[in-house]
Design a protein around this ligand. Sequence first.
Ligand code: FDP
Length: 286
Amino acid sequence: MQTILDCFASLAPKIQELIIFGETSYTSHTNQSGDIQLALDIQSDVFIQEQLSALPSIKAIFSEEKEDIFTTNPNGKYLVAYDPIDGSSLIGGNLSVGTIFGIYEESFEGKNLKASGYILYGPRLEMVVAKDKDSLPLHSRYNPKTKKWDIQGELTLENQGNINATGGSQKFWSKEHKAMVEHFFSLGYRLRYSGGMVPDLHQILIKKGGIFSYPSTQDHPNGKLRKLFEVFPFAFVFECAGGEAIDGERRLLDLPISHSHETSACYFGSKNEIELIKKGFSYARK
Ligand code: FDP
């Protein structure tokens, strides 16, 4: 397991170089979710695949840019799902993007997620890793001078925060979702939404609380964010930090999965915010 985490840590500065110096124009290809791929999405996917494939402990890998699960070593123990560049539509605006990964055993299912984490390519290069259910996620920052990762500390969520981040086109929100968003604002919550899952969720973790929601909408009835390499990995990080992650009602990590690019509505937050959403649940689903 540690070799896989070390692999992502050593890949991070190289992917950051690709973001800074690489080809960030759009290609003529779309991925399985229908997103037009940037040259950078494809390059970083190949790059991560090459490095992970060399690790004997990995049995198979899967990513946002792949149609299917790719077996690397039939005798390996772990299955790794990753989104090489999450939020790549933000690159043109020079906003922060990230890499998300989940390490599974036996099958790509939330209940089999053993560790997860993300890399944040912002003004600084940072990484958060949740290694097991019984310890807090560890936050590190890369020092380009020493070429080493410096530990910043463990991430813990308090019971309540004051950030309200919510995705999707507002014209496609349900009236119940609109009411929930307004309710949080009426309680004094402030909007913080860049449109990148990694910086938006990292911000809540760093500020020790708040709510991020990507609901079911008219145009995305099952939400937009993908279970294997976005929703489950972040659900694991939030739970390890003392928060919760639900689809509006059910714990995200208990959800079944019917195909590898499947999406889910999702709500990540500290305990009080998630409690409120559970109470008013009927609004959140179709
Ligand atoms: P992007 O389309 O830019 O890749 O899953 C992808 C994602 O970004 C997330 O990073 C982000 O949270 C979400 O989509 C934003 O979607 P909306 O623009 O619909 O809010």
